[in-house]
Design a protein around this ligand. Structure first.
Ligand code: FAD
Length: 380
């Protein structure tokens, strides 16, 4: 078979779909080539938590704000529900309050507030642990149900923007205009390769130059607690993991205290995110284990730490675990993502920080600017 397009995209995860949308917005004829029947990687295993507050200061924070805005525009058009909005980060240590205060004093504090213990209990009593000193609240976030949002986004791109999807089709050669696939040649003037955590099939040497590794996360779904959470919830441990907080000087004292009090949590890379689905169930995580090939075996210790932090942070007994899964994403030291240019007509895009749902639409606009020049929207 031979088909001709302006842009071929490899990979139907959120980064591929974000690029398909950005290209279609510029009036390009787009094909997305995906080896699985539909996205099945990190993009459907995540929390669907489009996070602004806590993203790395500067460029990533700007990308996240832009990406949140695009999600808010696209979701109703694609029939994707916004399941939750905002963030409540519970604070249980004086050192955590110090980090929150320092955060609020930066430009990233816009749209955020610090609640003291009484105000927190007043507004969010159902998730206030007995030792809660307050909470950092943010108004910026949105949350989608990724496992259904990704198929809906793909269907809408096809129906509303004429994007073609070739699924169960592996790409093994990219040299525009020839894109070699397991079902024959696709012709496209430009190719955008969004391979997720596949470091070897395409441009292996260029990817290796970024020295990527893989990170495996443990995730849980808990039964409904019987009420609606006011917003996604995070806790003290998140303040030493998310770069927007962790890079502040005040985070050092918190890290030292957590190392004494929650060493197993830190050893398993555990921090807490709790989000809620339409049926009331909770998606709860996560842990972080690194390697060139993280084993598929989720350690029970990590799960125990996640559930322990859930109870400490919310004061709630964890409801029954109804699902468990692991997910993997690429990481690279000192980079949240990269856009590499193997040639004028090819870009290789990889998010190397586990933030692709929060930054992908903004990154895609940058890629399009890089390839096609200035256009509508975007972050510089
Ligand atoms: C458990 C977990 C929780 C997370 N939570 C969040 C969160 O709440 N918020 C957030 O912002 N981020 C979160 N992340 C990170 C986010 O999910 C990722 O950054 C993002 O999904 C990466 O998207 P992607 O499209 O690059 O990769 P993927 O989703 O892995 O998609 C890559 C696709 O490319 C296809 N592919 C690769 N090579 C080829 C080839 N040669 N031919 C054809 N197809 C190919 C693969 O089959 C795959 O479908 C989380 C990640 C995990 C694992």
């Amino acid at each position: 078979m031979t088909h001709t397009y302006d842009v071929a995209i490899v990979g139907a995860g959120i980064i591929g779909l974000a690029h398909a949308y950005a290209a279609a917005q510029r009036g390009k004829r787009v094909v997305v080539v995906e080896r699985d029947p539909r996205a099945n990687g990190a993009s459907i295993r995540n929390f669907g938590f489009i996070t602004v507050t806590g993203q790395e200061r500067g460029h990533s924070w700007g990308l996240a704000r832009r990406t949140r805005d695009v999600w808010a525009e696209v979701a109703p058009l694609a029939g994707i529900g916004i399941e939750q909005e905002g963030l409540v980060l519970t604070l249980r240590r004086a050192e955590a309050v110090d980090v929150a205060e320092a955060f609020l004093a930066t430009e990233m504090g816009e749209g955020c507030a610090l609640l003291g213990a009484a105000a927190f209990r007043d507004r969010y009593g159902e998730i206030a642990a007995p030792d809660a000193l307050g909470a950092l609240v943010s108004s910026h976030e949105v949350r989608v149900e990724s496992r259904t949002a990704l198929p809906k986004l793909a269907a809408w791109l096809g129906a509303a923007h004429g994007v073609t999807f070739l699924t169960e089709t592996a790409v093994y050669g990219v040299a525009p205009p020839r894109i070699e696939t397991s079902r024959g040649v696709v012709e496209a003037a430009v190719a955008i390769v969004c391979p997720g955590a596949d470091f070897v099939t395409l441009f292996a040497e260029r990817i290796a130059a970024y020295q990527p590794r893989k990170c495996r996360l443990s995730m849980l779904r808990l039964a409904s607690p019987g009420f609606r959470l006011p917003a996604p919830v995070m806790s003290d441990l998140s303040l030493v993991r998310y770069a927007g907080y962790a890079a502040l000087p005040q985070a050092a004292a918190l890290r030292s205290r957590l190392a004494m009090e929650q060493a197993a949590h830190l050893a398993n890379g555990v921090h807490l995110i709790v989000v809620q689905s339409a049926d009331g169930s909770l998606v709860v995580g996560d842990s972080h284990h690194y390697g060139d090939l993280p084993a598929p075996f989720a350690p029970a210790e990590a799960e125990a730490c996640i559930l322990d932090e859930f109870e400490r942070a919310t004061g709630l007994k964890p409801p029954a675990v109804v699902e468990r899964w692991v997910g993997t994403y690429p990481v690279a030291d000192g980079r949240t993502y990269f856009i590499d240019a193997p040639s004028d007509a090819v870009r290789l895009v990889m998010v190397t920080s586990g933030t692709g749902a929060s930054t992908g639409f903004g990154i895609a606009e940058r890629t399009m600017q890089d390839v096609f020049g200035a256009g509508a929207g975007g972050v510089s």
